[in-house]
Design a protein around this ligand. Structure first.
Ligand SMILES: Cc1cc2nc3c(=O)[nH]c(=O)nc-3n(C[C@H](O)[C@H](O)[C@H](O)COP(=O)(O)OP(=O)(O)OC[C@H]3O[C@@H](n4cnc5c(N)ncnc54)[C@H](O)[C@@H]3O)c2cc1C
Length: 399
């Protein structure tokens, strides 16, 4: 049986482990964090990814954990409501698309695989030799037939096999930060947004969580900081949001106390090839589309299915790339376009957007205008025809 090491137990890593096991491989997952990482914002499972989670037997469990968001409302700096819209329209969801908390999805995937897959937490790979010998920071060296780098935007596996990330990671000119905060606004399945030129703050509460999540996104040149230095990242966030009105000062005070904190550039990964020697990349490590695309999770789920299927049925890394590349490219194209609507550069553009949102429900041809927003997302999310790979066995999720 082929032994495969996966670096990273995020969405791509756990989903790849699931499909590799089902195709009869022996996967081991090494994750740098001491446990599955909680936190993150709500993420969408759309289009082809819905078929993948259905084939995993996870669709009902995901639907049961849907955020069930109702509304999104824009506020001005004084707290006056400016425009309210349906949450599905705000999130670009159509039909069966479902939204779930990233951390809950990661837990579901881990629960589905933990009995069949060897997980090594609190460790990281330090080298991969041509003949498959892998060394770790803590564990003894082991030999694998293949290493899957599913360790995210700043993939260590990619650095080991392909070189420095500056060659592949393209900054889209914004930073993003997300963390859990108390739901002091009493938001009930509702998202509240305050946008100023070049920076936007969101906070929302779901039915499934007593706390709320805050998201800040702002135009920014590349920032230099230590990726593990959360205190410095919180300072950078506070500097970026300084002087904003509405609830922003209160949210920033809550961020200072928050234990889970996500902070990164809004970036995409673009590479000519996703495999080299015994290493193949998956998820954000290979083709991060950026949080602005809203498609990182769906891409990771579909990529896991395709990678394992191609390895099992003889297509190998080449077959995987041939199937996945057009799909990844279609979804990456959403990132820069969506970002323009998330971080608005000028007062005039902001006024235009808010006026449009306020009037939209009453405008003739509103449906056509809405489909101009949701259509490209829906097309990209379905821009792959999934092959019918024939896995051997299936475990039911513990629900
Ligand atoms: C805590 C967290 C919060 C996030 N929040 C959001 C969000 O709110 N909105 C959004 O759009 N996207 C968010 N993302 C990114 C989103 O999860 C991904 O775009 C998407 O799900 C694809 O996932 P991935 O598994 O490829 O990468 P990731 O989700 O980034 O997972 C990579 C995994 O690899 C692990 N890892 C990193 N380096 C190493 C290493 N050297 N050795 C071993 N393991 C390593 C990480 O700890 C992580 O568990 C978040 C990611 C994380 C980890």
């Amino acid at each position: 049986m082929k032994k495969i090491l996966i670096s990273g137990a995020g969405i791509a890593g756990t989903a790849t482990a699931y499909w590799l096991h089902r195709h009869g491989f022996a996967p081991t997952v090494v994750e740098r964090a001491p446990a599955i990482r909680p936190g993150g914002y709500k993420v969408d499972v759309r289009g082809a990814a819905l078929k993948v989670v259905e084939r995993m037997g996870l669709l009902d469990a995901i639907r049961a954990r849907s955020t069930d968001m109702r509304l999104a409302t824009y506020y001005d700096g004084t707290g006056r409501g400016l425009a309210t819209m349906d949450a599905d329209l705000f999130g670009g969801r159509l039909g069966d698309d479902v939204e779930i908390m990233r951390g809950e999805l990661n837990e579901l995937l881990y629960d589905l695989t933990r009995d069949d897959v060897d997980y090594l937490f609190g460790d990281s790979i330090t080298s991969v030799s041509e003949d498959g010998l892998v060394t770790f920071e803590r564990s003894e060296p082991r030999r694998f037939d293949l290493v899957v780098g599913a360790d995210g935007l700043h993939s260590a596996t990619r650095r080991l096999a392909f070189g420095e990330e500056s060659r592949f990671v393209h900054d889209l000119g914004c930073h993003i930060s997300i963390c859990t905060v108390p739901n002091h606004l009493g938001l009930d399945r509702e998202e509240a947004v305050h946008a100023a030129p070049g920076r936007t703050a969101n906070v929302y509460g779901t039915a499934r969580d007593a706390n709320a999540r805050a998201l800040f996104i702002w135009s920014s040149p590349p920032l230099s900081y230590d990726h593990r230095d959360t205190a410095r990242q919180k300072e950078l966030l506070a500097e970026a949001m300084a002087g904003m009105g509405w609830e922003v000062p209160r949210l920033l005070a809550a961020v200072r106390e928050s234990a889970d904190f996500y902070f990164d550039s809004v970036s995409q990964v673009r590479m000519e090839s996703w495999s080299r020697g015994r290493v193949v990349l998956a998820g954000d490590a290979a083709h991060c589309a950026s949080p602005a695309s809203g498609q990182g999770t769906s891409l990771a789920l579909v990529g896991a299915y395709v990678l394992a299927g191609e390895l099992a049925e003889g297509g190998g890394a080449e077959g995987y790339e041939a199937e996945m590349r057009p799909f990844a490219a279609a979804n990456q194209a959403l990132g820069p376009a969506n970002l323009k609507g998330m971080v608005i550069g000028s007062r005039a553009a902001l006024w235009t957007q808010l006026t449009m949102l306020r009037l939209l429900p009453r405008l003739p041809g509103a449906e056509r205008m809405i489909s101009r927003v949701t259509g490209p997302i829906h097309r990209a999310a379905n821009a792959i025809t999934l092959k019918d790979y024939q896995p051997r066995r299936r475990r039911q999720p513990a629900d």
